[in-house]
Design a protein around this ligand. Structure first.
Ligand code: SP5
Ligand code: ZN
Length: 343
């Protein structure tokens, strides 16, 4: 299996985020991608290749074009207005404030184009975001050209990013862009399976009205877990998309036995949908040692996850999402991918 990796991810570094009552160093750190790369290399899973050059066309079809422009300009606007440090939003146009009053000030644009304070900009953020996106599209292209599977070490992650909003460490929705690239390349039906601990609200929003991309999520119940305001079981899609969204929320403390039953349900739904190709939003923050999440999967469980995904018998694009127990992240990713290759 080829793995796509760009060292440019490391330019997105040194930022802070809002914790519970404190400003903390970000959890979404460069060491994450580096340890994943090191473990993929040491395990000999296959060649590690750089992303090919990719235009922003797919990003501009999945996201609002003005949002993509904002991502590209945000740091420049922030410094031009005299600010430094991490560019973070501080005001959001939530009800009953006006959602039609696009502001000019960067402090306000950050809120206009985000849903939380979890996606800060520093000087290198946009270059890292572009490389993360290009890596996901490159992995999609590798699979479109006939490989059984490919893995994108996308950092920053993407599944919380909606059509016109950043949040939850995410800017461009890498997995959604990979799914769209596969559609553009001739796949009729694509399934996105999101196994990150957190509900992939951005991916759900993006494909909500569409029947050609099935989205399944296994995640912490939004009643108590981030992102709180999407991810309930009654969200099934609308219009053409009705029935093409499946949410399987699980309570905090869920272990592999229960989680695996949800994976089985998601896999059966994907089989019924008859997907031509599968995109896996591969978050490893389901791990028992994750510092911000609350499931109890163990390292020995991940090869079984990979084996079940292989049993779907479809070409598969793996796109890295979350996972913050940095020391275990590389081994857990390799667990899924080697389980897939052996399965
Ligand atoms: C891609 C992904 O996994 N995004 C996750 C975003 C989670 N955002 C909320 C994080 C809150 C962390 N605060 C934890 C404080 C513990 N000391
Ligand atoms: Zn997550």
């Amino acid at each position: 299996m080829k793995t796509v990796f760009s060292p440019l991810h490391a330019l997105h570094a040194g930022h802070v985020e809002l914790g519970a009552g404190v400003i903390e160093p970000g959890y979404e750190v460069p060491e994450r991608a580096d340890i994943v790369r090191a473990h993929v290399s040491a395990a000999g899973l296959g060649p590690i290749v750089p992303p090919t050059s990719q235009s922003l066309d797919v990003a501009r079809s999945i996201h609002a074009s003005d949002y993509v422009d904002f991502l590209a300009d945000a740091w420049n606007l922030w410094t031009t207005e005299g600010y430094s440090g991490s560019a973070l939003p501080m005001v959001w146009p939530t009800r009953p404030l006006r959602g039609d009053l696009r502001p000019r000030a960067i402090r306000a644009l950050l809120g206009w184009y985000s849903f939380d304070g979890g996606a800060p900009f520093v000087a290198g953020t946009w270059d890292a975001v572009r490389a993360s996106y290009a890596s996901a599209l490159t992995a999609a292209d590798i699979v479109a050209h006939g490989d059984r599977a490919a893995f994108s070490i996308s950092r920053p992650p993407g599944h919380h990013a909606g059509r016109r909003m950043a949040g939850g460490y995410c800017y461009l929705n890498n997995a959604a862009c990979a799914a769209q690239r596969l559609r553009d390349g001739g796949a009729t039906r694509v399934a996105v399976l999101d196994v990150d601990f957190h509900h992939g609200n951005g991916t759900q929003e993006i494909f909500w009205h569409r029947g050609d991309v099935f989205v399944a999520n296994i995640h912490g119940d939004p009643a108590s877990e981030y992102p709180f305001f999407l991810g309930a079981a009654d969200e099934i899609g609308v219009g053409e998309g009705e029935g093409a969204n499946l949410n399987l929320p699980l309570p905090p403390g869920t272990d592999f036995t229960v989680w695996n039953a949800a994976l089985e349900s998601a896999c059966r739904a994907i089989e019924q949908f008859r997907a031509d190709v599968i995109v896996v939003s591969l978050g490893l923050d389901t791990f028992v040692g994750d510092p911000i999440s609350h499931f109890r999967l163990e390292s020995q469980d991940y090869p079984r996850v990979g084996a079940r995904l292989a049993a779907l018998g479809r070409p598969t694009v793996f796109v890295l999402e979350g996972g913050y127990a940095v020391d275990a992240l590389g081994a857990n990713v390799v667990g899924v991918l080697s389980g897939f290759l052996d399965g």
